[in-house]
Write a protein of this length. Structure first.
Length: 128
C-alpha cells in the first residue's frame, strides 16, 4: 500500500510539472505574439508620423525657391538660399527630436551635393 501511494504522488508531481511547463510555454508564446503585433503597430505609427512630417516639410518649401538655385558657391549669397536655409532651421527647431536635417541635391554632372545643413549655423556648405 505504501508503494502505491508513493507512486501516485510521483505521478501527481509529474503531471503538475507538465501542466506548469505547458502554462509557462503558453505565456511565453502569448507574450511573443503580443510583442510581434505591438512591433507592427508601432512601426506603422512611426511610418505614418514620418510621412506626415515629410509632407509638412515638403509643403513648407517652395519648389520655385529650390529651382532658382544653381547649386554653386554663388547660391550662398542669394535670398533664395538664405530663405531655404532658414526654413530648414525652423523645421529642425519644430521637429527637435531629429538630430540632422539636410538638403541634398544633384548638380548638372549628376553628383549628389550636400547643399544645406540645418544643424549648425557655421556649417560647411556645398560638400561634393
Amino acid at each position: 500500500m505504501v508503494l502505491h501511494s508513493e507512486n501516485n504522488r510521483g505521478k501527481k508531481a509529474s503531471i503538475k510539472r507538465v501542466i506548469f511547463i505547458i502554462i509557462a510555454a503558453a505565456i511565453v508564446f502569448a507574450g511573443g505574439i503580443f510583442t510581434w503585433f505591438e512591433q507592427i503597430a508601432v512601426t506603422e505609427e512611426v511610418k505614418t508620423e514620418l510621412l506626415k512630417q515629410g509632407n509638412f516639410i515638403k509643403e513648407a518649401i517652395n519648389v520655385r525657391t529650390i529651382t532658382a538655385l544653381k547649386t554653386t558657391y554663388d547660391d550662398y549669397d542669394t535670398d533664395e538660399y538664405k530663405r531655404l536655409e532658414k526654413q530648414l532651421k525652423l523645421t529642425k527647431d519644430l521637429f527637435s527630436r531629429y538630430k540632422n536635417i539636410y538638403f541634398l541635391t544633384r548638380n548638372d554632372e549628376k553628383d549628389i551635393i550636400y547643399f544645406i545643413n540645418a544643424n549648425k549655423p557655421d556649417s560647411v556648405k556645398l560638400v561634393l
